[in-house]
Design a protein around this ligand. Sequence first.
Ligand code: BGC
Length: 702
Amino acid sequence: MPSSEPFIENLLAQMTLEEKVGQLNQVNPGPGLHPDMIRQGLLGSVLNASCALAGQSTEELDDVANSNRLQRLAQEARLKIPLLFGRDVIHGYRTVFPIPLGQAAAFDPDMTEAAASVAAREASSEGIKWTFAPMLDIARDPRWGRIAEGNGEDPLLGARLAAAAVRGYQGSDLSQPDRIVACAKHYAGYGAAEGGRDYEAGEISESTLRDVYLPPYESAVRAGVGTLMSAFIDLNGFPATANRHLLTEVLRGEWGFDGFVVSDWESVKELVYHGVAEDDAHAARLALHAGLDMDMVSNAYSSTLAASVRNGQVPVEELDLAVRRVLRVKQRAGLFENPFTDPKRRARDLLRPDARQLARKLARESMVLLKNDGDLLPLKDFRRVLVAGPFVPARGELFGAWTPNGRAEDVTPLEQSLRQTAPKDMELWFTDKNDLALHLAHEVDAIVLLMGEHPVRSGENCNVSDLGLPPGQAEFISTISALGKPVILVIFAGRPLAISQTMAHAQAALYAWHPGIEGGAALAEVLFGLEAPSGRLPVTFPRATGQVPVYYNHKNSGRPIGLNGKFPTRYGDLLTSPLFPFGFGLTYTTFEYTDLHLDADRLRGKLGIRLKVTNTGRRPGREVVQLYTRDLVGSLTRPVRELKDFQALELLPCESRMVDFTLTEEQLAFTRLDGTRGTEPGSFHLWVGPDSQRGLQAAFRL
Ligand code: BGC
């Protein structure tokens, strides 16, 4: 094989204008996909989905025979350029892992990488060579349904998980048959949609964009991500899909990205509705010029670009640039050598036992213990326990949004998992009927309530104006708790819910997100104490809907709480502090932090930080030790805390370990008043602790 660029240049030199435009054209199966289009070389990519919200569609469009058939048509074309098949493989394929927000709660990049690599193996066994993942949008507003698909509110956690996911999907050699091209989406600022309403406009200052929203994308690019997807959003008055600053200046100019950018579903055409383009031709010109290479299903490129080149409105060099990028990714993916999928693979690659084991471990690690009064959990010493709530019969409901390839029948029913794992002398009663539950509750010693959101309530355009539990659930919890029996609340959800009042009715609460295919088994192991939960919140939990946006790395304000006494920032009817802070999570043991020591009082290039963490309880446990800093004075205001690093430790009872962090000057850099990135000398605070509100504190200077 010739080295990549001569090969691409040679191909490009042979291409007609129509063939070039064809490479930038992505369609979905259906009437828009005619075999002749492929034979004539007028198609670059097929999206294995039949509608927007493609991920929700379970149509079998992704089978091997189908993709091989289409690739054969591509081989009949003059230049035999292979097709690239893309699909929303968001948190697993047939083996469904916890939703990304749940995975983020594990604070475990190695697990995220391993899960992505299983997803790549499974998806590629069915002819898919490109996933529209990872979703890297920072979200500060849980009303937005897509918060389920991302890593939460923190740029550092988001950046680490971004790189991990890219490594997991792509491996070190994209041309390996079990690797797929990743797509960092939705670039950029999509999570800032006003009011949490998907597709709305948003405004983000350049410094917040760069310091908060972009780091996960930069990290994905540095990890070698093959593609990015532009966001639907109108950001700061201009749609991201045609935003040259984002797509060219920052992405290519500053970060050196050389893969391609695909639009989101019809978002090139939507430039007309946004009101920045007169018609499809204008929209296509704007987007191409901005650096948007592939048009997802809007046909604006395929129907107008050739004419725009011919009439001189689009320089052919601009078109060539985009075509080169698409061909480059196809070449890196090994598609020119081998466009076909071995039909025998799926039998050995789907749902392997080791994949299910991984899904179970990740589900366990993702569950966050929010409350455990009197060490009620793990459940023991109860003779009879009632398990009630709408999730009792859940199977596919455990998957969460965007799982087109998950199958409910692959999920062991919760009832079966709980029965298998419960202590032998504990009797379990199950019902999902509220009135029956209230009746049975009189006869039992403890009550486990499986509550929360159905997956259709989260994901794309599944926004809510009320972050409370779905209608009726809070009332039911309050009624059943009035019997005075111990209540263990398990919440399945795609977002942080505002559950202040409900928390008062439960003695223990476990946040299980949508935990995936092994969610039932993982829950059973955690409830009955075979394993301990160790998840940490990747996002702040509000006390009430009206409190959002509420996030830990906010600015101090001129009237912070506790300072100006009478006039601090506040609500008249609600505490300003969150219900649970970012980073928070309990487990079945306790940890003590002592002996914090900095190796200098001044950071010169780097600073060594050391402390002792001790397991002070009676069980082994996993602790996520978090390092935060605050830059006290800046040319622009600085967040009150920023996560700079974290480490997970597994400690046996009474075991102590010294934990070391190294803080570098680069980690203190931010976007300054003059727009440049760098540090500013001055005083800093530092905390090492179990969440974003607690921890040992020290100070240093830079
Ligand atoms: C979503 C994307 C998704 C695409 C293809 C769009 O509606 O916004 O996240 O990748 O559809 O399914």
